[in-house]
Design a binder for this molecule. Structure first.
Ligand code: CA
Ligand code: CA
Length: 386
């Protein structure tokens, strides 16, 4: 679904765009009762259980430039005990195993993406014309067509509010549909990426990220791989650096101050920071907390963890998430999981810089705080050499 469609839905029918808002208990219960058919069946195949684990980097493969080996391991995926900010869709944590793999040390940058576009002439979703015929198939029947003046290529940009919003559920108060916003003009037509080679590329929809991966011989991480990489060797810790929230400003680019009104910039940045502006985690990965959100390949299913807990498949190997999308707050949603939070995440709001934090984002959504990083397996590298 186009990001515009989401915004339009929000305005027209009050549906929820992917955001940080807290869960509505009422809607959770009513929708879960009405439609259980969309719930996940986990997507875990029996052969992935109790298989041997690839821990160390195979000697016949070396890390591609800009990547590091993430050792395989067993860990608890999901909310850690005592995390008071954890939402229901992060619980309960599940023991999983992940084979080792290589991961980009940083978010994909503007310079990286520019090389891809130069080589392929790829046009991102935010740069493409909006197809109303396609869009209306994903809207409630009878939804009127918006005026042509706003049915133009664009994306979502953030704008601070002048005063404290009366509620933080309506994020149309700080998100704007901006015609002409895209990866080359991240804050709208008047902005550019000149001199910002090392900032993370943004306004990247899922399809755009896949196209880059396909060109680069990479893929997106699963949510389990992403969490394994972000967590490093720290067991039971909510953050990539441990459990001390006082370190936040030194360790990640997030929002400090009252969201979405006042940003104190105590961490040095109000918007995107060049990648590697903060210290890396145990595995040498930068900005796994904050800066920009990162796509994973898992379907977003708000029942995934609770459904996983009901199965008898202990410690599955390389789980790839729910078999189908489901969002109890938006039954039209077809979303993938994004991780890590962004420069817009505040401890006064959603604290999505926590490792277990997750959000569903529609496949065609592009936003100014959403990018990605890639992974590759030893097997993929071997195949590429054949
Ligand atoms: Ca900041
Ligand atoms: Ca990030």
């Amino acid at each position: 679904m186009k990001v515009f469609t989401k915004l339009f839905l929000l305005i027209a029918v009050g549906s929820g765009i992917a955001g940080c808002q807290e869960k509505s208990k009422k809607s959770t219960e009513s929708i879960a009762t009405e439609d259980t058919s969309k719930k996940t069946e986990q997507g875990l195949s029996p052969e992935t259980v109790n298989s041997p684990l690839l821990v160390d980097r195979p000697k016949d493969v070396i890390a591609p430039e800009g990547m590091v080996w993430i050792p395989g391991g067993t860990f608890l995926q999901g909310a850690v005990p005592g995390d008071r900010m954890a939402m229901q869709h992060e619980k309960p944590a599940a023991k999983v195993k992940v084979d080792g793999f290589f991961m980009d040390v940083s978010e994909v940058t503007n310079a990286d993406f520019e090389k891809f576009v130069a080589a392929t002439d790829y046009i991102t979703i935010a740069e493409r014309e909006i197809d109303w015929e396609e869009m209306k198939t994903q809207l409630p029947e009878g939804t009127p067509k918006p005026h042509d003046s706003i049915m133009q290529p664009g994306s979502l940009t953030f704008k601070k509010t002048k005063t404290t919003p009366p509620n933080l559920y309506d994020f149309s108060q700080w998100w704007r549909w901006t015609i002409g916003a895209n990866w080359k003009h991240p804050n709208g037509p008047g902005s550019s990426i000149v001199g910002k080679d090392l900032e993370p590329v943004v306004h990247i929809a899922y399809e755009d990220a896949l196209a880059y991966c396909n060109w680069a011989g990479r893929r997106l991480p699963t949510e389990a791989e992403w969490e394994r990489a972000a967590r490093g060797d720290k067991k039971g810790m909510p953050f990539t650096w441990g459990d001390d929230i006082a370190m936040l400003g030194k360790m990640a680019n997030t929002w400090e101050g009252e969201f979405p009104v006042a940003n104190t910039k105590e961490d040095g940045f109000e918007g995107r920071a060049a990648v590697k502006s903060y210290r890396p985690n145990d595995f040498g990965l930068y900005d796994m907390a904050g800066n920009v959100w990162e796509w994973t390949s898992d379907w977003y299913n708000s029942s995934y963890y609770s459904d996983l807990a009901k199965t008898d498949k202990a410690a599955p190997l390389n789980p790839n998430g729910a078999s189908q999308p489901f969002n109890e707050r938006d039954l039209y949603a077809r979303e993938r999981v994004i991780k890590g939070g962004s420069f817009l995440c505040s401890d006064s709001y959603c604290a999505n810089y926590r490792i277990s934090a997750r959000m569903g984002t529609s496949l065609d959504s592009a936003q100014e705080h959403l990018g990605f990083r890639t992974v590759v397996t030893a097997e993929m590298l071997r195949s590429a050499q054949e």
